[in-house]
Design a protein around this ligand. Structure first.
Ligand code: GLN
Length: 496
């Protein structure tokens, strides 16, 4: 098996024991990027030289007898919405073109501290607004399973990089589904930790009460190792939870569901769901039952109102967060020829620098927050948010985790939803409740849809700070399906 096909855990142990060098591993992935990224466009920036330098530093420390962690020397692709002091950071937007952040995000800093080798920065929908990466100002990313289809979004560069074997691990952010949905449609694992469980410091803000950094990997244990490496309390983030990180690695190793009560969310089925998605979901539920879980149907009636509430709350927060791009402080500045006022330069810069979806959100949010409409829109949406949290609470009195399909369909063709915002928004129908309530939720591959042979994801939702349960159940499903398939789902993917 070549180096690029190995798991992060395997690579970490091979590097740690000196059987392979971190430089060899980094080089193998850089070669893979050269080979496939012309087709995928997963990366906005590849730092080949710096990756080799980082890897060499790890090799030197290992040679000196330092005891580094389980991921030391393992390559990673980093979503281009986290600040990096040594690489450009664009958030997929023209407005940040040429900007060099003066500091590392906490997540970036912790990746470095764990000895991970950052290969480069991955493509995303502009400011993480979207479900396909088609909203990136720097071109669309393609799905390794079918190059005519989207890799999901907003973290589509990160999902494509891992599914395309350009990196064993990557980072993402999930505000309404941007880790779980891309993981689902590319056949990999993606986890949204409990809100506040991973730091937002240095993450370019979209909707601050929802934004959550999380890991992508090709298997559950790798995702847990990365989760553990970068999460945990950060005094630089005022909403960071000051509590120990749940035992995610142990849970991923344990991977059994005997005696667990698993709730099937009644509302997430029916019209609008692809038959092949529902079929694989149904099989997963039966599989969990055969593994000893007790299956209970659970009703969460307010989950059906999560999508409209999200599309008031997220744009409202975005309209406020994106006000800082004023043409003076960061990146792009248009029309500053000495004849124009600051207001004119700001208007010209924002008109040229933001793409259509970002402008739509700023307008929606500004409207929802304006006096006279605030209570009817923003205030109402906040009440819905409370109802959703209560539905979760009631459900978790009955069951240990909730399951649903991650997203109603498999990867859709590039262009299909580009001019239809509502169709695009529906990709996050099942993922948004966990964001609004702050819960932990994971997507794990559960098979291929019969109609198109494309990956389907199973979503497992757990209570706040119950992240370990997501890994425990996810690992059980993964193990059982691997036995059934004789390998991971990605072994079924067409080779690039
Ligand atoms: N697709 C959703 C949106 O466009 C969620 C994005 C995200 O989680 N960053 O807002």
């Amino acid at each position: 098996m070549s180096l690029i096909h190995k798991s992060a855990a395997e690579l970490g142990s091979l590097i740690g024991s000196g059987e392979v060098s971190a430089v060899e591993v980094a080089q193998a992935h850089l070669d893979r990027i050269t080979e496939v990224d012309g087709k995928l466009h997963a990366f906005l920036h590849v730092g080949a030289e710096s990756a080799i330098e980082q890897a060499q530093a790890i090799d030197d420390r290992i040679a000196a007898g330092d005891d580094l962690g389980p991921l030391a020397g393992v390559p990673i692709a980093h979503k281009d919405v986290f600040t990096t002091i040594d690489m450009p950071t664009t958030a997929g937007s023209k407005i940040l073109q040429g900007w060099r952040p003066p500091y590392d995000a906490t997540v970036t800093r912790r990746l470095r501290a764990a000895g991970l080798v950052i290969l480069g920065k991955t493509n995303l929908d502009e400011f993480a607004m979207g479900s396909s990466t088609e909203n990136s100002a720097y071109g669309v990313t393609r799905n390794p399973w079918d190059l005519s289809r989207v890799p999901g979004g907003s973290s589509g560069g990160s999902s494509a990089a891992v599914a395309g074997y350009a990196a064993p691990l990557s980072t993402g952010t999930d505000t309404g589904g941007s880790i779980r949905q891309p993981a689902s449609v590319t056949g990999i694992v993606g986890m949204k930790p409990t809100y506040g469980g991973s730091s937002r410091y240095g993450l370019i803000a979209f909707a601050s009460s929802l934004d959550t950094p999380g890991p992508f990997a090709r298997n559950v244990l790798d995702a847990a190792l990365l989760h553990e490496a970068f999460s945990g309390h950060d005094p630089m983030d005022s909403t960071s939870i000051d509590a120990p990180v749940p035992g995610v690695v142990e849970a991923a190793r344990q991977g059994d569901v005997a005696g667990l009560r698993i709730g099937v969310v009644k509302e997430f089925a029916g019209e609008g769901y692809q038959p092949g998605v529902l079929a694989r979901f149904q099989e997963s539920v039966e599989l969990l039952e055969s593994l000893g879980a007790k299956i209970v149907e659970v009703s969460c009636p307010s989950f059906t109102t999560a999508l409209p509430a999200y599309y008031l709350i997220a744009p409202s927060e975005c309209s406020s967060n994106l006000a800082r791009f004023d043409a003076m402080r960061y990146g792009l500045r248009v029309g500053d020829d000495g004849t124009r006022s600051a207001e004119e330069v700001m208007a010209l810069t924002r008109a040229a620098g933001f793409g259509p979806e970002v402008k739509r959100r700023i307008m929606l949010g500004t409207y929802a927050l304006s006096s006279g409409y605030y209570d009817a829109y923003y205030g109402q949406a906040q009440k819905v948010r409370t109802l959703i949290a209560r539905d979760f609470e009631a459900a978790f009195h009955q069951v240990d985790v909730l399951v649903s399909p991650t997203t109603p369909t498999t990867a859709f063709p590039i262009g299909e939803r580009a001019d239809d915002p509502i169709a695009m928004y529906l990709a996050d129908l099942c993922t948004i409740p966990a964001n609004l309530a702050g819960n932990a939720a994971i997507s794990v591959p559960c098979g291929l849809a019969d109609e198109d042979g494309l990956p389907v994801g199973l979503q497992i939702m757990a209570p706040v700070l119950g992240d370990d349960r997501c890994y425990r159940v996810g690992a059980a499903v993964e193990r059982a399906l691997e036995e059934r398939w004789g390998g991971g789902l990605l072994s079924k993917a067409p080779t690039l």
